[in-house]
Design a protein around this ligand. Sequence first.
Ligand code: ADP
Length: 269
Amino acid sequence: MPLSSVAANAGEQEIPYYQSVGNECTMFEQAFQQRLPMLLKGPTGCGKTRFVSHMAAKLGKPLFTVSCHDDLTAADLTGRYLLQGGETRWVDGPLTRAVREGGICYLDEVVEARKDVSVVLHPLTDDRRLLPLERTGELLEAPDDFMLVVSYNPGYQHILKSLKPSTRQRFVAMSFDFPPPAVEREIVARESGLAAERCAALVNLAASLRAMKGQDLEEGVSTRLLVYCATLIRAGMPILDAARATLVEPLSDDADVQEGLMEAIQATF
Ligand code: ADP
């Protein structure tokens, strides 16, 4: 059985379930061994975060995850002086901790972060693997078991928020997408506990809802939302109510679009 589909204990650490779709696990392991940073691209809710936590556990490394947002600055990653008990003390940020202690630092939606973040990432993502901490005067060299992983959703991208070539060309990059139907059915069944045959109908429905993307919808329904839907159905919610709450309302506020989605759902169930 491929390791990637095993939810087992690695020592103390439970390995989060991740169903691999291609060679992404091997690629990640190789990048880790070769000390290369990795960029994951793909729509929201398609398994990027789960993949990273799975790989970190499989490699037995601590994971430092940061969800980036438009106020996130380099200091939020590296650290800052804080007043503690009348004293000013330097407190490492998650990136600095990962560099000092070893481990995987995952910056989710990195394009959202402020521009000064790339200044910190550049020396870390070339062969120097250095993290300069101007405020403390330190120059940290990343240990062999440090890895930087970043993700972004090309679908949300607009001119002001895309990764500059000088940044993206520092990463080994992989594209993620919604899994093929047979795999997605297995994931939804496993995550929700709903019978596989019933999940198959949801996955088929997702295909027709995803086909509506672009017309009026910014994003297609995610695997995450399918898991939510299956979870509510398994808990006893009527199918149409569950579908409306998970596959319609989160996707659009527009009454016409919602109606179109509901029609597709009613045609299936
Ligand atoms: P992303 O980081 O791409 O936004 P997540 O990793 O948070 O998405 O995935 C959302 C949910 O979808 C997960 O919590 C999990 O339930 C499910 N999921 C998606 N893809 C997979 C997969 N390949 N294996 C296992 N679970 C998956």
